[in-house]
Design a protein. Structure first.
Length: 292
């Protein structure tokens, strides 16, 4: 099996074009490099260099081995970097759970900057619904979360939170559905239409139908994208994040649903959350600071 030192010699000889220059770059003697190359050729059963001309030139087999050697050296270097990183107490992975109504675009530069600062750490972003993001922090399956935090929906674990921004959900409907209700002004009139709801990815609202009137027909979906599609097709009505609606409202595919007895808009605060009792690692701490 070729050693890393042998592969480094191969790389240096190819890049320098001569044994003398390669020996100088590696602080070794020419005989030592000659021996290393011959030993590598013997182990592989291949002739890596043509020795007919004045300068060493790779054979066809040598070119292929050289490519693989570069890849191996790169992997070896990455292994050492990650090992040093982890040996220093840093995390191999940090998970941020984000409630799916939160718009990610404004904070993507933060992830890019932190990832560049800690390239050996894998940063995972998980989109969750309703209480799912907070629950992952509670269960120590995520270091941080962004959530419209409601302590009543996430009891049992002490959490530390910082206000990030405010969000808005808007009640919308398609023109197609509205044609079925020309005098629509009450949520009571929509009982036989399907209210489209997003399923909680956590367990905090299990058995509870939030914002649903008695005897209301309803469907559960597992994403806002599906919910948007169903409402646009006139198959139901419901609330969606305001930032998702600009195009559909401008093009007339959706209309804001204004009712006398049901809130048109719902505002809430997004918080950055972590467990109070946990001691965060350097990457989670840096992500917390950067997001704030």
């Amino acid at each position: 099996m070729p050693s890393i030192d042998q592969l480094k010699v191969l790389k240096a000889v190819v890049e320098c074009g001569s044994l003398r220059l390669a020996a100088d770059s590696l602080c070794k003697t020419q005989p030592a490099l000659t021996h290393a190359i011959r030993q590598l050729e013997s182990q592989l059963g291949l002739t890596l260099f043509s020795r007919d001309g004045y300068r060493l030139a790779l054979t066809n087999e040598g070119k292929r081995i050289h490519q693989l050697a570069l890849r191996t050296l790169e992997t070896h270097s990455e292994l050492l970097q990650v090992a040093n990183f982890l040996a220093g107490g840093a995390e191999s992975q940090v998970t941020l759970a984000v409630e799916a109504s939160f718009k990610l675009a404004p904070i993507l530069p933060v992830f890019k900057a932190v990832q560049a600062e800690f390239p050996a750490c894998e940063i995972v972003i998980r989109q969750e619904y309703l209480t799912g993001a907070v629950e992952l922090v509670q269960k120590e399956q995520a270091e941080l979360c962004i959530s419209p935090l409601n302590p009543a929906l996430s009891p049992g674990v002490r959490l530390q939170s910082q206000l990030l921004t405010r969000g808005e959900m808007v009640n919308v409907v398609s023109p197609q559905l509205l044609t079925r209700h020309p005098e629509l002004d009450s949520v009571e009139q929509l009982k036989d239409e399907y209210q489209i709801l997003v399923q909680d990815s956590g367990s905090g609202t299990r058995g509870v139908k939030l914002g649903v009137q008695s005897a209301q027909r309803h469907w559960y979906v597992n994403s806002f994208a599906t919910k948007l599609s169903l409402i646009e097709q006139g198959m139901g009505w419901g609330r969606l994040p305001a930032w998702m609606l600009a195009e559909a409202l401008a093009e007339g595919r959706l209309q804001v649903l204004e009712l006398a007895d049901y809130p048109t808009r719902q505002w809430f605060d997004y918080h950055l959350v972590r467990r109070s009792a946990s001691v965060p690692g350097p990457v989670a701490s840096r992500l917390w600071q950067a997001l704030m």
